[in-house]
Design a protein around this ligand. Structure first.
Ligand code: ATP
Length: 457
């Protein structure tokens, strides 16, 4: 086995990614004109396309390709008892300390042990407060009065929406164990430290799948889902030497978990969690039985009506965090000429074509002589099947660079020959290779290229 990388060595830095994301309209700071809102980000035209495509890729992988997994979209606002039952009211806390002098707030697990012991601020040397527990759930009120009767939480994970619906889904869809429920949606956490761009934010999106299994088969299914989730990242074309497993030690395990592994990715700032695979046992459904008074046992009609509370294997990935990972993973700088100026280098996002925000961009060599009209006509034809772009401004080389930077895998150039013989140039983002393709064969050619895509570097 190849030795594990200890440090990120690629061309990306968080500064470059943040600036490219803003410049090209992937991600903007929330409420920027008011100085920005901490922990919140807005997804621009390229960002929302990328996010939607990642979500679609995950959804297909987790539902369409599994007969026994169905989808759900549960509400963000849930009955507050949910969060008592789940243990979040009591346990979903971070330990924190504040500096009395500079007022900076720290998570205790993020500052050196010595500073904690001596109560010295790692930033300014001022005195630190005693450690206290801070609940990460956002609270708000429902109804006209702001009293405790109307207290409600913004969900800190999407999973509970699945658990409270598990009986509904068994009944409406006649599900038999083992089966899964998948969901993509927003979650909110009052994170104390929100740095590294969109890595850790207060408002984010999760892609979670909860798999309900018979007790005793949970370890086997846990291992199976570990394998499948790793294979998913390979399919996404992510650099596999930038992926690794991290098993939770006893002090890291969540209150509900019997075993947990994270898939970590080597970001420019180091190895960080991307997704968690958890054996949540029967903890959640047992607690919901207790708190709701409803019988949440599964009745196994194929086995003498055996009754049991299923164990749950959870795969929980961040959608917005995956987007950041893909920006870092795709980012490349490549020397393409030797003229001694800025044009010698190109910045390219090597996204898998399945998730690239724009699949094919139409570029007429000239605006005049009917080339623009022809390019727009081809674009109209491809629109039904692909996300297309169009650019007629500036030198063709510059336009290729702009598409490279947006991660567009295919450019289609329309020139004078196109008018004569009906062929166009198909230019590949990764290799910069160009071939001539008859217009009539273009859509099928792109489809094949997407299907057979292998990343070069
Ligand atoms: P961390 O230790 O990073 O706070 P966690 O272990 O609490 O994360 P989980 O509760 O397992 O995270 O959440 C599952 C996934 O949701 C994470 O792997 C991550 O991709 C995503 N996620 C969690 N918290 C955030 C956040 N504040 N911002 C963005 N994504 C998040």
């Amino acid at each position: 086995m190849a030795e594990e990388l200890t440090e990120y060595q690629g061309p990306a830095t968080m500064e470059k990614i943040t600036s490219l994301a803003k410049r090209r309209g992937f991600v903007f700071q929330s409420s920027e004109i008011y100085g920005g809102q901490n922990g919140a980000w807005d997804y621009g035209p390229l960002g929302i396309e990328l996010k939607n495509r990642i979500a679609r890729f995950w959804w297909k992988e987790m539902t369409q390709l599994h007969d026994e997994i169905v989808g759900l979209d549960a509400a963000i606002l849930m009955h507050p008892r949910t969060w008592e039952a789940s243990g979040h009211v009591e346990n979903f806390t971070d330990p924190l300390v504040d500096c009395k002098k500079c007022k900076t707030r720290f998570r205790t697990d993020m500052i050196p042990e010595e500073n904690l012991e001596k109560k010295i601020c790692p930033e300014c040397g001022g005195e630190l407060t005693d450690m206290r527990k801070f609940n990460l759930m956002f609270k708000t009120h429902i109804g006209p009065t702001e009293d405790n009767a109307g207290l409600i939480y913004l969900r800190p994970e999407t999973a509970q929406g699945i658990y409270v619906n598990y009986k509904n889904i068994i009944q409406s869809n006649r599900m038999k164990i083992p089966f899964g429920i998948a969901q993509i949606g927003k979650a909110f956490r009052n994170e104390i430290v929100t740095k590294n761009f969109i890595f850790r934010t207060c408002e984010f999106e999760q892609m979670e799948m909860q798999y309900f299994v018979k007790p005793g088969t949970d370890v086997e299914w846990f291992n199976e889902w570990k394998k499948r989730r790793w294979a998913y990242y390979e399919k996404l074309g992510v650099k596999t030497d930038h992926l690794r497993w991290h098993q939770h030690g006893p002090d890291e395990l969540a209150h509900y978990a019997k075993d947990a592994y994270d898939i970590q990715y080597l970001f420019p700032m180091g190895w960080r969690e991307l997704e968690g695979i958890h054996n949540r046992t029967n903890y959640d459904l047992t607690r919901h039985t207790e708190y709701s008074g409803k019988d949440l046992q599964y009745i196994d009609q194929d086995n003498n009506n055996d009754r049991y509370i299923p164990f749950i294997i959870e795969t929980s990935a961040g959608l917005t965090r995956t987007l950041l990972m893909l920006l870092c993973d795709a980012y490349d700088e490549e020397k393409v000429a030797d003229k001694g100026d800025d044009d010698d280098w190109r910045t390219v996002l090597r996204f898998h074509p399945e998730v690239a925000p724009v699949t094919a961009a139409l570029l007429p060599l000239m605006k005049k002589d009917g080339l623009a009209e022809l390019a727009l006509d081809i674009r109209n034809e491809l629109k039904e099947d692909f996300a297309t772009g169009y650019d007629q401004a500036g030198a063709i080389g510059r336009r290729y660079r702009r598409q490279d930077e947006a991660g567009t895998p295919f450019c289609i150039t329309v020139d004078y020959q196109s008018k004569d013989d009906g062929t166009v140039t198909l230019r590949y983002r990764d290799s910069m290779e160009q071939i001539r393709v008859p217009r009539a064969a273009l859509a099928e050619k792109i489809r094949q290229e997407i299907k057979g895509y292998k990343r070069g570097r």
